[in-house]
Design a binder for this molecule. Structure first.
Ligand code: ZN
Ligand code: FE
Length: 234
């Protein structure tokens, strides 16, 4: 079993989420996308955890800036997508599409997901039914196309669409309010009520099931590339 603790970083600015992951059987742990040092260290100290690994989804500074300091503090190994190996500070281990990376007795499957960047990866814990989507998929929206094409992004979204509906997803940013601004219809109201309730308590909107997201998120709800083009163009 994997325990997940979201850690809000760059609060009120970019609203990134780092995630502290702990395999409960072995105590082996990792920090995914340490955007900042201080909030991550605070959470590690609160839980008395010294992470053995740092996982990154992609090379953008707001996902990797804590790498070097945390690597130094905890002796953690930095695990990154192979295409990002030479452009992420402190990278130790490269993983590729289809690889399984073991965190204690938990297992992450690496899914390559180009579009936001080339070489972006998703961390999918199939048995635990958890998916970390970085800047590919947010609540109700998707990441901008910094390096990839709409076709590449669509291919990546289709990989997510194929995953089971009961998988919970954890995005790289708290952008739900932005997404809600573009939504209409009854399903959107249910989602909005849940989102506002969680945000008012100071909690992340994540995790939401992929089943719900596939229906409500307008980008995931596209049926084919043509619909996706139209949405991207609008
Ligand atoms: Zn990014
Ligand atoms: Fe980002």
């Amino acid at each position: 079993m994997l325990k997940v603790t979201p850690i809000l970083c760059r609060a009120g600015q970019m609203d990134n989420y780092a995630y502290l992951l702990q395999d409960m059987q072995t105590g082996i742990s990792a920090v995914l996308d340490p955007s900042e040092v201080a909030p991550v260290v605070a959470e590690c100290e609160k839980q008395q955890i010294k992470p053995q690994f740092i996982f990154n989804t992609h090379h953008h500074f707001d996902h990797v800036e804590g790498n070097l300091a945390l690597k130094q503090k905890y002796g953690a190994k930095v695990v990154v997508g192979a295409a990002d190996f030479y452009r992420i500070n402190g990278a130790d281990i490269a993983v590729e599409d289809g690889d399984i990376f073991k965190l204690g007795n938990s297992e992450a499957q690496i899914i390559r997901a180009d579009g936001h960047t080339i070489g972006h990866i998703l961390w999918y814990f199939a048995k635990d039914k958890l998916l970390f989507t970085g800047d590919v998929l947010f609540n109700l929206s998707i990441g901008g196309l910094f390096e990839g094409t709409p076709e590449q992004m669509w291919t990546s979204l289709c990989k997510i669409k194929k995953l089971p509906d009961d998988v919970l997803f954890y995005p790289g940013h708290e952008y739900t309010l932005y997404g809600l601004g573009h939504l209409y219809g009854p399903a959107a109201e249910v989602y909005a009520a849940k989102a506002h309730e969680r945000l008012q308590k100071g909690l992340p909107v994540a995790p939401i099931t992929l089943g719900e997201e596939k229906v409500v998120n307008p980008y995931l709800a596209c049926r084919d590339l043509n619909e996706f083009y139209q949405l991207m163009g609008s």
